[in-house]
Design a protein around this ligand. Structure first.
Ligand SMILES: [Zn+2]
Length: 138
């Protein structure tokens, strides 16, 4: 079993939740198309406060509802939040001056959402035929 995670962290002066939301919206639209919508649901993670789970509008049905999105029009993609000020202070960063956001998402999860890979074992079998199903964008 394996698990790959992509993590993002940004710390600066005057970083707000709006900045986080805009970055994630841009990311979602670059990956899944310009019509993609996002929604954030309150959640809990140890090092962010507030924290949220992010869903994207289902790119299969455009949010109408289908089997892929369990007829909700949304699919979960990542977790995110504002870095807890206590974490900044523990790192010697003045939390009155600096703030930041963080997010994390599974690479296999994104790949599945984008390409609908039927069986996760295909990721680890080193079968070149599987890789050749996907064209490189570069
Ligand atoms: Zn759908």
């Amino acid at each position: 079993m394996f698990f790959h995670q992509l993590e993002g962290l940004y710390i600066d002066k005057k970083v707000s939740f709006t900045d986080l939301k805009q970055v994630l919206l841009t990311f979602a639209r670059e990956l899944f198309g310009s019509e993609t919508q996002i929604r954030l649901r309150p959640s809990y993670f140890p090092f962010t406060e507030p924290s949220a789970e992010m869903d994207i509008s289902c790119h299969i049905c455009g949010g109408e509802g289908c089997g892929f999105c369990k007829h909700t029009g949304w699919v979960e993609i990542l977790g995110c939040g504002m870095v807890d000020p206590n974490v900044l202070e523990a790192c010697g960063i003045d939390s009155n001056t600096y703030s930041g956001y963080a997010f994390g998402l599974g690479i296999e999860r994104i790949t599945n959402l984008k390409y609908h890979v039927a069986d996760l074992r295909l990721f680890s079998e080193n079968d070149v035929r599987f890789l050749q199903e996907f064209e490189s964008a570069y």
